[in-house]
Design a protein around this ligand. Structure first.
Ligand SMILES: [Zn+2]
Length: 246
């Protein structure tokens, strides 16, 4: 009798033999590379095609256990019978998709005309969750650019912001991570980002302050060194600001 090896590489065969949970397999890969996997890190490089579906099942079973520990009758309460599956899908593919999915494709173009006037894009709606309580952070973001050697389309800023913010975060770090990603994509001479957001861990729980918001900013390159440029950025953003409440 002859047997044929499946069309897998050795690493995958080893992983199948161990009978580990898919989350353990992914975690081991990350640890072997010595990479960080905090709540606001993207781990898409460590997830092979098809594995997200398996992870979705594992997370759903854990959420079902959580509901049971909360003494909710998931077997007979028709409202919560499929909650675990729904929440798992929501975490992995919607609200925390920025951890598990790759960055949306962004094509950059050479700055042939040597544009060097600053421009701002905003407000861009950002949605996140605090990594302390996993409740929503909803807000607006403005991005200011003094172009460098590369340019990207305006809509791409919104796509990258959505991808970065769709992870459990603290606002201060979210803004820094977004700045890093934009710098990688278009290498601007100057970059400024402002985020104004409301935190449901302050509105819905805790001190229950419904109208408090947090504003923070990051300025890099020429925006940091040239005070008049920085002022121009903040002035442009003021003109774009809306009065939306969340
Ligand atoms: Zn919180």
């Amino acid at each position: 009798m002859t047997s044929t090896l499946p069309n897998d590489n050795i690493k995958n065969i080893d992983e199948k033999i161990t009978n580990k949970l898919i989350s353990e397999i992914i975690r081991d890969r990350i640890k072997n590379k010595g990479t960080r996997f905090s709540a606001n890190d993207n781990i898409a490089d460590f997830i092979n095609p098809g594995e997200l579906k398996v992870l979705e099942k594992e997370v759903a079973s854990r959420i079902k256990d959580l509901l049971k520990s909360l003494v909710i009758d998931v077997d007979n309460d028709h409202n919560t019978q499929e909650t675990a599956e729904r929440v798992s899908k929501m975490y992995l593919n919607e609200v925390f998709k920025g951890r598990y999915h790759e960055q949306p494709k962004v094509t950059s173009f050479p700055n042939d005309k040597n544009l060097d006037e600053i421009y701002t894009v905003g407000p861009i709606t950002v949605r996140s969750a605090c990594s302390h309580h996993l409740v929503p952070i909803l807000g607006e973001c403005w991005i200011g650019i003094k172009p460098g050697s590369k340019v990207i389309g305006l809509s791409k800023f919104a796509r990258v912001a959505d991808w970065v913010f769709s992870r459990p975060h603290i606002q201060e770090e979210a803004v820094m991570i977004l700045a890093d990603e934009i710098e990688k994509l278009c290498e601007p001479k100057g970059l400024g980002i402002i985020v104004k957001a409301q935190h449901y861990c302050m509105k819905w729980r805790g001190v229950k302050e419904p109208n408090t918001s947090m504003i923070n900013s990051v300025v890099r390159g020429d925006f940091r060194h040239d005070i008049s440029l920085k002022q121009e950025f903040f002035e442009l953003v003021k003109q774009q600001s809306s009065n939306n409440n969340y």
